[in-house]
Design a protein around this ligand. Structure first.
Ligand code: FMN
Length: 134
């Protein structure tokens, strides 16, 4: 089974989760600047909320790489939201790509909110989440 980990981050929070998930599944995480060069049966895709949506670069990544995506499993962080499923479902449907219903989401530090998040407990939970799928 080919597993890939890609992520988008502005301030490093989602990158922390990507590293934890990559470690759990034995894959080097890469930014979405690195396209998929072969079919990924599972793509762990890290994306967080910016103005109540995923960043446009993440949507573009899914559309451009859709031929190489078996199934997307999302992970991400935010100040207030609980899941990236809704915005990412729209993108996945547009690309005709499968999206796992369960995603991993936790608080991410933003200005004075949630300092230190994701923290070690979040990273442990992200590792445990990823391991369920491999
Ligand atoms: C420009 C901007 C817009 C944001 N909008 C939201 C939002 O709409 N909802 C939310 O819950 N968090 C929002 N946040 C907080 C981020 O989702 C949070 O800090 C997240 O952990 C950032 O992840 P990153 O460090 O990987 O970029 C916003 C942050 C920024 C910088």
């Amino acid at each position: 089974m080919n597993i890939q980990v890609r992520y988008f981050t502005r301030s490093g929070n989602t990158e922390k989760l990507a590293k934890a998930i990559g470690e759990a599944v034995g894959v080097q995480p890469e930014s979405i600047a690195v396209p998929l060069s072969e079919k990924a049966d599972i793509l762990f895709l890290g994306t967080s909320y910016y103005a109540f949506d995923a960043d446009p670069a993440v949507k573009e990544f899914v559309l451009v790489n859709k031929e190489h995506i078996g199934k997307i499993i999302c992970f991400g962080t935010s100040a207030m939201m609980k899941s990236m499923y809704k915005p990412m479902k729209k993108v996945a449907d547009k690309a005709c790509v499968s999206l796992e219903k369960e995603d991993f989401h936790c608080r991410g530090e933003w200005w004075r909110c949630h300092p230190g998040r994701p923290d070690k407990n979040d990273l442990a939970a992200a590792r445990a989440f990823a391991k369920k799928f491999v």
